[in-house]
Design a protein around this ligand. Sequence first.
Ligand code: NAP
Length: 479
Amino acid sequence: MTDTPTQLFIGGSWLDAADGATMPVDDPATGEIIARVADAGAKDARLAEAAAVQAQEEWARTAPRARSEILRRAYEIILERTDGLAHLMTAEMGKPLAEARGEVAYAAEFFRWFSEEAVRIDGGGGILPDGRNRMLLSRRPVGPCLLITPWNFPLAMGTRKIGPAIAAGCTMILKPAPQTPLSSLALAAILQEAGLPDGVLNVVTTSRAGEVCEPLLRGGRIRKLSFTGSTNVGRLLLAQSAEAVVRTSMELGGNAPFIVFEDADLDKAVDGAMLAKMRNMGEACTAANRFFVHHSVAEEFGRRLAERMGALVVGPGTQDGVDVGPLIDRTGRAKVEELVADAVERGAQVLVGGRAPEGPGCFYPPTVLTDVDSGSRLMDTEIFGPVAAILTFDDEDEVIRRANDTPWGLVGYVFTEGLDRALRVSERLEVGMVGLNTGLVSNPAAPFGGVKQSGLGREGGRVGIDEFLEYQYLAVPVR
Ligand code: NAP
């Protein structure tokens, strides 16, 4: 960690905050401060904006192949440094090392994917229907972008935005979450080493998000906001973006239903539940939040899930054999404790877990609740922790209605061995993604995103780059 940068990255230089402010970064497993990083204010944001604006024109003119090769080099460097990056991520975020290594590979893959897309940006053209005009269509970068990321996937949420922005020819300012700034700073250093020109990527770490971001969004020079985070903050940023009509992509919260029908293969369903619930300690927007299990298999499913959850080892992510690291901070853990207490007060049974351990660190044990009342707060709140809440249902129409009865629509999971039912239910779920007999949907080659209040736009896949491109249409008379 000693060689990880801790300053702001602006115009290709590493700088202290203009007012000299710094902020601590904690290890959630111990509560100890592991680093101090620069804490940017409004003045630093203006400097980063000027750097991004100044670099935009030349970057847009840079050959797509050159942009592609920078991404490809960065992809290779990230993979070479997997171990160091994984340790850094575990130290600032808490996830077990094996998961951190998995995230490094996932994050790198966005760079490889978009290095391949950078050279496939196409236009179009032809004679218009009236026969008097030709149409020439070209695609251009949208312009300088503001990228705001959360703490739960410190590297991948950055590469999922930076990759397509670089590929499209946009410059950018990245504002990572204050809990996990080190992974983003390490990433900036790698991109610089890979040959990214000065000013294309600027990173401002800050504890003063509003002070830094609002003037950028209202100022008219930033042309695009790509945000991943909670729906409440997304809504606020959409309002701020309205003033200068900034284009927006929003990856917001989820409240995923996980539906197990009576004809499901329970081995697959329990394996899927472990992934959909326990990836990232449950701190994922894709985490299964509401388990709807057909009443005829609910008892067996609950028992088997509780056995698997109870066997997981909780502890610091750096220790061998640990499956479940700490939650991000005390606030995150207190929220999980309150949600479980509320469910229990309304009659839920605790099959396993349910009580935070004493001692340092923000640990919470894998927990399975059954007989959960549908009025419980965890039904309409993202739990963001290792808690599986099980409800039962009787028929298909009923479960679809209950699954859709939420303002969110990111992902849903469906377990059934019937093909007709699988397709019918998936089509009726109001979500952007469905895991069919699987608990994992995320993949850089697939369009990731939600409907309803889970967001706007898609990241990854063939369409991920579209979010960073505009069309220009040229009318040319036929003479
Ligand atoms: P959050 O509180 O919304 O914060 C996300 C980011 O927004 C952080 O960098 C945060 O910085 C920043 N932010 C907060 N207020 C801001 C403001 N007024 N102006 C500018 N930036 C501001 O979310 P979180 O707790 O970090 O992350 C968890 C949420 O992210 C969950 O709801 C989860 O579902 C969602 N998420 C969604 C996806 C997806 O792809 N759909 C993926 C991962 C996570 P500060 O902390 O300094 O305020």
